[in-house]
Design a protein around this ligand. Structure first.
Ligand SMILES: Nc1ncnc2c1ncn2[C@@H]1O[C@H](COP(=O)(O)OP(=O)(O)O)[C@@H](O)[C@H]1O
Ligand SMILES: [Mg+2]
Length: 303
């Protein structure tokens, strides 16, 4: 590790073998609010990356940048190895980025097939009902979805089934990257398990998956890596196989007041003496090392 390496890079396995999405130095302000400051992110094919962080950490803003809802003020976005501009939602889709927003945007009164194909009905001039239904079943079967019939209104489906329909719909555009905003937030235990299975199936299909979540159990159950945002900055990237829940929570809260984070801070201190960012400084300052933050965003870009 180079002297400039922080905890964030120390726990980082390095760029994925087959990069799908790479962000470098993405920043976004709203007036005087720094919603995102110099965000780096690497997502590879067949990887599930969880993005976690407290309210206001910048998660939704990051999703919206990737979905083409917001333009970043600065920074670079690459799809594969190609720098791209995600100018609007249509650009995101044509770049192979599908986003399932938290509200799912399903039409309650329409059935599953109608929801899947809303706005992109098959056939040049008319709806081909049979083809759409066949395609719907095909998709749901690939996802091993438990949906009894594709001709019932979405209103009568469970939360997990709705999430499945929303994900299936996003797959129709054959994306390389799928972004799920809080996919299990409204779900009970069984439905959560169903959606987590579904996410694993997306990974098996070789998709890159970015999942926003508040739920540490879900994150640890399904993600390969956890990216922590705090106050709009990268505050650690963790390998799920080796990180503890406490480590993640400490990075989320910025707390450095327990044994786990003291250890993390010591590791950080050995690796990086240059960790002071005015916006990122947290409350605790009494460590012998004098370091006030657990992790820092990565100076100097690529690890
Ligand atoms: N459209 C907007 N206009 C002004 N401020 C915004 C807007 N969207 C987000 N913010 C601010 O940016 C910061 C990050 O918000 P957000 O991305 O929604 O965080 P999270 O999703 O992690 O809770 C917050 O301070 C929020 O108030
Ligand atoms: Mg949000």
């Amino acid at each position: 590790m180079s002297p400039a390496t922080s905890v964030a890079t120390a726990t980082h396995a390095g760029p994925p073998a087959e990069p799908v999405l790479t962000l470098r130095g993405i920043s976004k302000t709203f007036g005087s609010v720094n919603a995102l400051t110099s965000i780096d992110l690497d997502v590879g094919a067949g990887e599930v990356i969880a993005i976690v962080g407290d309210n206001g950490a910048g998660k939704s803003t990051l999703v919206k940048v990737l979905a083409g809802v917001h333009r970043p003020d600065s920074g670079e976005i690459m799809i594969g190895s190609r720098p791209v501009a995600i100018t609007d939602p249509a650009a995101a889709i044509s770049l192979g980025i599908a986003t399932v927003f938290q509200d799912l945007a399903l039409c309650e009164n329409l059935n599953v097939v109608e929801n899947l194909f809303l706005g992109r009905e098959l056939g040049p001039a008319r709806l081909d009902e049979v083809a759409m239904e066949v395609r719907a079943w095909e998709l749901l079967r690939q996802l091993s979805a438990r949906i009894p019939t594709v001709r019932i209104p979405v209103a009568s489906l469970s939360g997990g089934q709705r999430q499945t329909v929303a994900i299936a719909r996003s797959l129709l555009g054959e994306p390389r990257l799928i972004i799920l905003d809080e996919p299990t937030a409204a779900l009970g235990v069984a439905q959560t398990a169903e959606v987590l299975d579904l996410i694993e199936r997306l990974r098996e299909r070789g998709l890159a998956v970015v999942m926003i979540s508040h739920n540490m159990e879900d994150v640890r159950a399904v993600a390969d890596r956890v990216v922590v945002l705090r106050l709009g900055r990268n505050n650690g990237v963790f390998d799920v196989a080796t990180v503890s829940a406490q480590d993640i929570v400490a990075a989320i809260t910025g707390a450095t007041d327990n044994a786990v984070t003291r250890r993390t801070v010591r590791r950080a201190t050995h690796a990086d003496q240059s960790t002071a960012h005015p916006e990122g400084v947290t409350r605790v300052t009494e460590h012998p090392e004098g370091v006030t933050r657990v992790t820092e965003h990565q100076e100097g870009g690529t690890p």
